[in-house]
Write a protein that binds this ligand. Structure first.
Ligand code: ATR
Length: 287
């Protein structure tokens, strides 16, 4: 939040349930303060059944825009009048912009966040040359598959406990995205350039998904979308196998950048160490 809020302030926010634990207000308000903007970024936690009426009430520019998180990302897409190709393919939106003519525009910055996180933590990695294995077939997996397919990945294989969910994603996105079974996992890993955990396994410190990461080529990159804890069991196994890793926190931080630009019309100031801020909120030490 800026030091002074006047009647001309630009307001944006995050909508989720629960929204308490969201790191977005800390990140965006730190950027707002450093940029000296007359603006504020606030949390909203409407009831599960109230999301649609909440968003409808914002039409016409009551606020500039909204980030959307669990469990409302699919509903957010459904509320919009227009959306980006990526949001449509991902089946979910994490960004809504309220135009002054009353229309709502949806986008998905999780996908670009994922790709940026890889560029930052695994520099030089060639996305267009690397078959991808995604573990999991929930909303996070679908978003990742859509973003990677649009970014030119040659093949995206989805492996999930419930195969039908992986097949549904492959059908919806099509093209390079395919569903694969557990039995094929070792072979897929042996040819993978990028392996992503998009299951919820590992959240809170438990074991990550079973996958013999040591089978991957030495140059392969392993990413976890779980970021609590930051060094998940899955990423630790990847490190032990000598693979480069990308953490979920970097993805979270990177998806915030295009959101900030959409709300406030400028890039966030580079002077703020948002990773350190986020790590402090997570109770992790800076790294
Ligand atoms: P999100 O929308 O955040 O991706 P989700 O839709 O609940 O969340 O998806 C969670 C993913 O983790 C799913 O792929 C789920 O597998 P199923 O589709 O078979 O349910 C996966 N997952 C959760 N717990 C799991 C477990 N114990 N073993 C294997 N996969 C698990």
């Amino acid at each position: 939040m800026s030091a002074t809020i006047t009647g001309a302030a630009v307001v944006a926010g995050i909508c989720g349930r629960p929204v308490r634990q969201s790191m977005s207000p800390v990140i965006h308000n730190a950027w707002i303060a450093a940029a000296g903007l007359n603006a504020a970024y606030v949390p909203f936690g409407p009831g599960e059944e109230q999301f649609e009426s909440f968003v409808e009430g914002l039409r016409g520019g009551a606020i500039r825009g909204l980030n959307v998180t669990m469990p409302f990302k699919e509903q957010a897409l459904a509320c919009a009048d227009r959306c980006s190709d990526l949001a449509r393919l991902a089946g979910a939106a994490n960004l809504l912009v309220f135009e002054t003519d009353g229309t709502i525009v949806a986008d998905n910055t999780d996908g670009p966040g994922l790709i940026e996180a890889i560029a930052v933590q695994a520099p030089g990695f060639e996305l267009t040359a690397a078959p991808v294995v995604i573990l999991g077939a929930g909303g996070a997996a679908r978003g990742a598959a859509a973003a990677l397919a649009l970014a030119g990945a040659p093949k995206v294989s989805i492996v999930n406990r419930t195969v039908a969910r992986a097949q549904a994603i492959a059908r919806t996105i099509g093209g390079v995205v395919e569903a694969a079974s557990d039995r094929e996992l070792d072979t897929l890993l042996a040819g993978a350039g990028l392996v992503i955990n998009a299951t919820s396994l590992g959240l809170g410190g438990g074991a990550g998904p079973e996958a013999r990461l040591e089978l991957t080529p030495k140059a392969a990159v392993v990413m976890d979308m779980v970021y609590k804890p930051l060094r998940t069991e899955f990423l630790q196994r990847a490190e032990q196998a000598g693979r480069r890793t990308v953490d979920g926190l970097e993805m979270l931080l990177r998806q915030a950048v295009p959101s900030f630009e959409a709300f406030f019309g400028a890039a966030p100031p580079a002077s703020v160490d948002v990773r350190a801020l986020a790590l402090a909120q997570l109770g992790e030490t800076s790294q």
